[in-house]
Design a protein around this ligand. Structure first.
Ligand code: ZN
Length: 421
């Protein structure tokens, strides 16, 4: 079986990859950052370092020198180094800067020197094209992402979660109008989506799982309008915010439905964060994917991506993908959260859902080098699952390769309509 695993990894290394999910700055912005060895242990490793009890401010401060950073980091690094977040960082460190581990302050100096040396034009090509063979990455930022590497997907949550006149006025730049009525607002959002689609937008994202549950009940226009009207009626002087979080829920529900409907009309993919939330103090129950049922059932012309496949509710997410032709499971972030859960989930999904329903890799990173570490782990996990299926005679070698290509390239190309990119 080890043999089949390696053969599948070798095969995946020949493929062009479509990365479904990144939060990367353009290279020009990255090159302005002051980098050192701590850069490689930011973002997700940061949560593990926090959970292990480390003082994050000193470690990530640009004012603190390498030796002091090392002293803060070393005992906590020992605690997190065998976790899967750290593994992606270490694989990237090894590939680009020559060391897989940090054993002394001297190693921290070596990595700092090498990452600073490499922080120059060509970095993104070296990582994303040469090492990762990415055809493109769906990058979840603005429209100004560098199209050589990225395809834009934009957040729309803030347009659906309004509670002040200031917020509506701040949208004037994007919408070309300060919306004074709900119908004017929905019309201007539709025009904005159309315009952005023309400029290359491929999807829209909602991150409500960080704020509330994902049950977006149907709301009548009249009920939504009553809430919307209060924003103008009650905003005055220094009283900016007029609606509490739960009070604006009907308006959120209504606007999410309108976006989902518009996305279907303009052929944009709708991405919902489901499953584990980044950071702290989250309410896990808010992230359950099954709550999206009424949306996916109603708007059958719209394609829905369940980001992170609802992890740990991976079976619940699979039920939606099994029942509905317009629902897809996206393994973005999963492989570094837990290779074990990823392998188990993918193995179950091969049983449960058709081959076109799973997107196999999204890095979900701010630090470009780590995309490589994550991709390496994704390929290992995918190879383990598919080799197991070959061994059980559930699929042939050739079918295993077809699955690998579907996960890493063909499915994301189809879901995001990237055929011309
Ligand atoms: Zn993300």
């Amino acid at each position: 079986m080890a043999m089949v695993v390696q053969e599948l990894i070798d095969y995946m290394n020949t493929l062009e990859i479509i990365d479904t999910h990144e939060h990367l700055p353009n290279e020009s912005e990255r090159l302005k950052q002051q980098v050192d060895f701590s850069t490689l242990f930011s973002q997700y490793c940061q949560s593990d370092l926090f959970a292990s009890g480390m003082d994050l401010n000193r470690f990530f401060s640009p004012e603190v020198d390498v030796e002091e950073k090392w002293n803060v980091f070393q005992p906590h690094y020992e605690r997190i180094k065998n976790g899967s977040y750290a593994r992606a960082a270490r694989l990237a460190m090894e590939r680009f800067y020559g060391l897989n581990d940090l054993r002394s302050v001297n190693d921290a100096y070596v990595i700092t020197e090498r990452i600073r040396d490499g922080n120059k034009p060509g970095l993104y090509k070296r990582v994303l094209k040469d090492a990762c063979r990415l055809r493109t990455a769906l990058n979840f930022g603005g429209m100004s992402v560098d199209r050589e590497y990225f395809t834009p997907v934009e957040y729309m949550t803030h347009y659906t979660d309004v509670s002040s006149q200031d917020a509506l006025e701040s949208f004037a730049g994007e919408l070309g109008v300060v919306p004074r009525t709900l119908s004017e607002y929905v019309d201007s959002l539709g025009e904005m989506l159309y315009r952005k689609k023309e400029q290359g937008l491929r999807g829209i994202k909602f991150q409500y799982a960080y704020m509330r549950d994902l049950a977006f009940e149907s709301v009548t226009t009249a009920d939504a309008e009553r809430v919307f009207n209060r924003i103008f009626e009650e905003s005055q002087g220094w009283r900016a915010q007029v609606l509490g979080y739960e009070e604006r829920r009907p308006l959120q529900n209504y606007l999410v439905h309108r976006f989902v409907e518009l996305a279907g009309k303009f052929d944009l993919t709708v991405v919902f964060h489901t499953g584990i939330q980044a950071g702290f103090r989250n309410k896990p129950d808010n992230a359950r994917p099954e709550r999206l049922w009424n949306l996916v059932n109603r708007y059958t012309n719209t394609r829905f991506v369940l980001l992170h496949s609802g992890i740990p509710w991976v079976e619940e997410a699979a039920m939606l993908a099994k029942y509905f032709a317009n629902v897809y499971l996206d393994m973005a972030w999963m492989h570094i959260i837990s290779p074990q859960i990823s392998v188990r989930a993918l193995s179950e999904w091969v049983d449960l859902v058709p081959r076109n329903k799973i997107l196999g890799f999204g890095g979900d990173y701010h630090i470009v080098e780590k995309v490589y570490g994550h991709l390496t782990m994704a390929k290992e996990n995918i190879a383990k699952v598919l080799a197991g299926k070959v061994e059980e005679r559930i699929m042939t070698d050739e079918e295993a390769r077809a699955w690998a290509k579907a996960l890493l390239h063909d499915n994301p190309a189809e879901v995001y309509h990237l055929l011309g990119v």
